[in-house]
Design a protein around this ligand. Sequence first.
Ligand SMILES: [Zn+2]
Length: 191
Amino acid sequence: MKTEEIKKMQHRIGVTADGFWGPESIAACRAHLRGLMPKLCEWPKADGASLRAFYGRPGDEGNLVSFAFPYPVFYGGKRVTKGRCHWKVKDSLLRILTRIGNIHGEERGIMEEAEDYGGIYNYRNKRGGSTLSVHAWGAAIDLDADDNSFRETWPVQADMPLEIMEEFAREGWVSAGAFWGYDAMHFQATR
Ligand SMILES: [Zn+2]
């Protein structure tokens, strides 16, 4: 993100808008998003045992359901109309995407990220890790992977807008960029 965009975001989360994304901004941003999350979160903790207990066996495609995207999305530049996710997250994910489209539909800077779909279900390990990714249960989604990679720090290098993270937070989903500081393409339905 450009310094001006970081300053705007700092203003939004209530810290000094100096363009420097340090410990104060990181903590304030997490608190801002946590503040939007429902008090009673239905999602499991992110460890393997909790994920299995809540979502079932990873890689079980019998738990996946398809849904129609509420606005046009593109995968690798190609238009896709349907996605597949775990049945337990479908309604929540649809509410998130619908709100993004309804609230930010006219804002190209936000929609360009939201329309660049990077996938949901994928039976694989976490990037750079030996444990399964939440994608293996179909309970995580990636958006705008090119500009929000595993190696790029958020928000200095990566550019996922806070507004998108806010909509995921309202449904209790965790945004990797804000909570881990990298992999800002990634959102998952865990606590
Ligand atoms: Zn991901």
